[in-house]
Design a protein around this ligand. Sequence first.
Ligand SMILES: Nc1ncnc2c1ncn2[C@@H]1O[C@H](COP(=O)(O)OP(=O)(O)OP(=O)(O)O)[C@@H](O)[C@H]1O
Ligand SMILES: O=C(O)[C@H](O)COP(=O)(O)O
Length: 482
Amino acid sequence: MASVAASPAFSLLKLTTGGASSSSAATRTRASLSPILSKSISTRPLGFSAVLDSRFAVHVASKVQSFRGKGTRGVVSMAKKSVGDLTSADLKGKKVFVRADLNVPLDDSQTITDDTRIRAAIPTIKYLIDNGAKVILSTHLGRPKGVTPKFSLAPLVPRLSELLGIEVKKADDCIGPEVESLVASLPDGGVLLLENVRFYKEEEKNDPEFAKKLASLADLYVNDAFGTAHRAHASTEGVTKFLKPSVAGFLLQKELDYLVGAVSSPKRPFAAIVGGSKVSSKIGVIESLLEKCDILLLGGGMIFTFYKAQGLSVGSSLVEEDKLELATSLLAKAKAKGVSLLLPTDVVVADKFAPDANSKVVSASGIEDGWMGLDIGPDSIKTFNEALDTTQTVIWNGPMGVFEMEKFAAGTEAIANKLAELSEKGVTTIIGGGDSVAAVEKVGVAGVMSHISTGGGASLELLEGKVLPGVIALDEAIAVTV
Ligand SMILES: Nc1ncnc2c1ncn2[C@@H]1O[C@H](COP(=O)(O)OP(=O)(O)OP(=O)(O)O)[C@@H](O)[C@H]1O
Ligand SMILES: O=C(O)[C@H](O)COP(=O)(O)O
């Protein structure tokens, strides 16, 4: 295992912790526990998965040591306090600042083209309004430089209202007197959407004065913005210094449960599939997953750097010359760790990077000058599928080819379909954000996966084992030692 600092958390949710914990004498420290949690702690046996309810399974990667490691003693988990810890007694009539990530794509006519992130934010908002809270909802949209009408949140209001079944009000600003009076007139169970928080440059600067102004609108804070949790911004991190309690929303929890928990304590065999364009953007993910997985399947543009590092001709395929040594060392690392690393044995090559390119399938050693690899080939798909058939947990990040072009989409679509098939058989399937999510949606199998991340950059950082500022800033629910 990696050192404690580099090792992500194990999950407290529905995951077996192995035998290591069961014989340990445990001492547990309680901090900000709900009655339900303290009850579960005092009455349940020592195994972690049995000790805590899923609502409390919010983890902090830097502070957690995997139960699967040898000699699991010392501080084991610092779980974050959850919105589920708050009862109607805590919430009724309270003003709750909810930071969500409603950064959804809009077309030229300002129509939402994918409402996934809005739908994902609903359970937390619903829970709050059902418990009589006044919800002050905040998000960014895009990367505006100052007030920019095309990044206004107005187009989000009808969909939010429809999904929540109430009329959501919108403010034209996110701080100031107009907002304060709208908050003052908000009924219990009402929702006020603040205008794009990034219209203020102070948001991304994490300016304390700006954070204080946001915080002054509310009594308590819920962060459910997983997609922005890797940003230390005023509305994701700064506000926590002024609002107590500051707790995690249900979406944030679920993302952590899968991307940290299920990945660190997987049902085995555990396979990771990593693709995408460049090895340079996935080094951290590959290195981190090599510590945990049994099988690593590589695809996408990055494979040509691995091919070249092994002395193969790659034609005009994408290659990062300065990463050849790194590729060799990753192959050596996989071998040393006993991870079965599979590179595609054949590829679909094209004579240009275009949808109407001429294409053919060649073996990995048969790429001629003037041809570029844009997808994995049928033999590779077969081999990858056979490897995946042996698994119990699979995480996938990055497409196998240029799936945006029909001619080069077969590899990515085959993996999406395979994961759907495995998911239906009970294998845990996790799609780690970004383009792989788009691919799964394109194939129409998103609904059957165990978890589809709503975060691109945030999911990558988590998979790299990094701590997310928006998570670490939240109140701790419990500290557990064994
Ligand atoms: N063989 C290839 N040659 C060139 N580009 C490729 C190849 N295979 C895949 N790609 C491209 O890689 C891109 C996705 O790479 P990226 O590393 O961004 O993946 P991701 O992590 O899933 O996405 P995101 O960065 O949005 O999280 C796609 O646009 C795809 O067309
Ligand atoms: O779309 C995303 O990945 C998040 O909303 C974060 O957006 P950002 O990369 O502009 O911070």
